[in-house]
Structure formats: structure tokens, C-alpha cells
Design a protein around this ligand. Structure first.
Ligand code: AMP
Ligand code: MG
Length: 339
């Protein structure tokens, strides 16, 4: 299949809308990362997403809408909490898991009786949903297991030959996937951290928001994941990544002792020149927003540089940094060394 990369304009939006209506795939920019869209109601179309990504079929997809009225048929009920969170954070990088409605294909939800729904703020996604009238299922536009793409070039690297159209809308502002929160049940619970934080949601809801323990820890053998994305090694470059937890001095000393061919340091801004191996920064220390914005781009850059072993500085694990830690620890297949 020939994959076209087109700049965003009226014609390319119309083409994207037509492809979606015909049950084809379109890769497009969102404010979180680039996504691969297919009509969420059309099981045959959604199956193509799993094929293009090589994604396990038991991992559900998020449905994207552009107005509250589109929830009708997609969810069977809009819980009170969801209304409050939508008023505060939609359109934006928040996905809410709600009871599934009759119009969503089983393939989209991987057979679950719930559906994750999000209203993105990116003008290109909104324009494509409006032009097509299609609420679309969309995961990140990477091959399964690789870092999510945050620009059209990285999307093309993974999706060339696998879908007909990539819309190039520049770089994604947030850089990591949406926060996923389950809003039914006794307490709301974060299933995947993102740009919208636990503290922000608690302020809106006036109640505690739980964090599923699998977000920051490895699942025990045989334990069932609440959200299927928790199971897999994920977001990983080709290199073996290890997180080194401790001071900068201890980090530098550890790398000095382990320097060698193909060894790279994944550090914070301003530390590069002080390290004995080639180094690349993923943002400002303690600034989750800048780290989230850069992380996936930098992981892909390490692949292009041919890194074989990567030692990463450890981010914080609260606020937006929780999202950074959650992605990095999966890229590192949970290898964390205290230094
Ligand atoms: P991605 O499509 O790459 O953004 O990943 C979507 C993630 O959203 C999945 O891996 C799940 O963790 C989560 N998700 C989507 N729908 C549901 C659902 N119905 N129940 C629980 N988690 C969900
Ligand atoms: Mg993904």
C-alpha cells in the first residue's frame, strides 16, 4: 500500500473523512501523540488498526468524539463524575472509561463492557470528526511496543505501507498519551497517568482519585490487569534501558563504571557535558511537562543513533511526572537500579 503524507488543508481533511467513512485507516495528529483512526462502530475497520500496529487484540482502543451529543450510543450512561470531569477537562487529554453503548464495535473495546472516550482539543482531529461524522477509535500510531510518535515523520517510519494517509499537523504539544480514568465504581481510578493529573481531578471532583498500583509497579505473575495496556513492555527503543535512581553524582559514577560501546546517557538539561558517554536530555529536571513533551521523541532519537544500552535519570513520580515515570519504567522493562 502506498502511504501519502499530506499537509493539513481542506482537501486533505476531506480525503481523511472519506477514507474513514469507507472503513479505511487515517493517521493524524492529536495534542497528546499521533493516532491511527478508524470508525469505532465498524469492527472490520477497527481490525485493520490492530493489524497495522501488530497490537494484541485484547488491548482496547479509545473512542474520540467532538461534542457531548456524540456520547449518545457510544456509552450507555454518563455518570455524574464524568459530567464534572468533562466540563473541566474536555476538550483535552483525558479519557474516561464508562459503560459501553450499543453502537461501539466489540473489536474497539476488546470485548469489554466498558469503553474509553475522549474529546481531543487538537483542531485537526476535531475537523476530521466533524467532516466525517465518524466517532473514531484511535490508539497511538506506533508499531506495538515502540515509543508513540509525536510527529508525522516518526509516524511514517512505523506506518509506511500499512495505511493510506498520514496528516502532517506538526508536533504534538503534550507528547504522552491521555490520562485514562475509570469513573464508575466506588472511587474514580487512574488506569494510565497523563497530562491531566490526580490532583487536578481531585480538585474538580472533591473526592479522592485512586491510582491503580500497576501504574508504577510491575504486575505480579498471574495478576489480572484492570487496563490491558498495563501488561506489556511498551514504549521501548531498541536499546536496553535501565533507570538509575539517585543523585546526579551517583548517576555519573555508575555510568563511568559501566561505560562502553553503544552506551548512552538519557539525562536532564545541562548534564550532557558532564557525562563520560554520549548523552541526550529528555527535559528539565523536576519539570514533568517538559519531560513528557520530549520523552518519546528522544527515545526514537536513541534508535537512530544506534544506542545499545541506555542509562536514564529517574523522573519524579507525582503530577505530570507520574506519566513520564509510567512510560519510562515500561520502556526500561521495569529495570530500576538504586545508585
Ligand atoms: P492507546 O490506544 O495506545 O492510547 O492505549 C489505549 C489505552 O487505554 C489501553 O491500553 C488501555 O490501557 C486504556 N483503555 C482504553 N479503553 C479501556 C477500557 N474500556 N477499559 C480500561 N482501559 C481502557
Ligand atoms: Mg499506545
Amino acid at each position: 500500500m502506498n502511504t501519502q503524507v499530506l499537509p493539513v488543508n481542506e482537501e486533505s481533511i476531506a480525503l481523511a473523512a472519506k477514507l474513514l467513512q469507507q472503513g479505511e485507516l487515517v493517521a493524524l495528529p492529536t495534542e497528546t501523540v499521533y493516532g491511527i483512526a478508524a470508525d469505532a462502530r465498524n469492527g472490520e475497520a477497527v481490525k485493520k488498526i490492530f493489524e497495522a500496529k501488530g497490537r494484541p487484540q485484547d488491548n482496547p482502543l479509545i473512542v474520540h468524539i467532538c461534542g457531548m451529543e456524540m456520547l449518545h450510543g457510544i456509552v450507555s450512561e454518563v455518570p455524574e463524575r464524568a459530567k464534572k470531569l468533562a466540563a473541566a477537562f474536555w476538550p483535552g487529554p483525558l479519557t474516561m472509561v464508562m459503560p459501553r453503548g450499543p453502537e461501539v464495535s466489540e473489536v474497539t473495546c476488546a470485548g469489554l463492557d466498558t469503553v474509553g472516550v475522549r474529546m481531543p482539543s487538537h483542531p485537526v482531529v476535531q475537523a476530521v470528526i466533524k467532516a466525517s461524522g465518524v466517532a473514531f477509535a484511535a490508539p497511538s500510531a506506533n508499531l506495538s511496543g515502540k515509543p508513540s510518535p509525536t510527529n508525522a515523520q516518526d509516524t511514517f517510519v512505523d506506518m509506511d505501507g500499512r495505511l493510506p494517509l498520514i496528516l502532517d499537523g506538526g508536533e504534538s504539544a503534550v507528547g504522552v498519551e491521555s490520562t485514562v480514568v475509570a469513573v464508575t465504581g466506588e472511587h474514580p481510578m487512574i488506569l494510565r497517568p497523563g497530562y491531566v493529573t490526580k490532583e487536578q481531578m481531585e480538585a474538580v471532583l472533591g473526592e479522592e482519585v485512586l491510582v491503580n498500583h500497576a501504574i508504577l509497579e510491575k504486575l505480579k505473575d498471574g495478576e489480572v490487569a484492570r487496563s490491558p495496556g498495563m501488561k506489556y513492555k511498551h514504549y521501548a527503543p531498541k536499546a536496553d534501558v535501565t533507570i538509575l535512581k539517585g543523585s546526579f553524582d551517583a548517576y555519573r559514577d555508575y555510568i563511568t563504571a559501566h561505560a562502553g560501546d553503544g552506551v548512552w546517557a538519557l539525562c536532564f538539561d545541562g548534564e550532557e557535558a558532564q557525562l563520560p558517554v554520549p548523552a541526550i536530555s529528555y527535559g528539565k529536571e523536576g519539570d514533568g511537562i517538559s519531560e513528557a513533551h520530549n520523552l518519546f521523541t528522544v527515545l526514537r532519537e536513541l534508535d537512530r543513533k544506534g544506542a545499545k544500552t541506555v542509562y536514564a535519570r529517574c523522573p519524579l513520580s507525582d503530577g505530570v511526572s507520574m506519566a513520564v515515570y509510567n512510560r519510562l519504567i515500561r520502556a526500561a522493562a521495569f529495570r530500576v537500579v538504586e545508585v
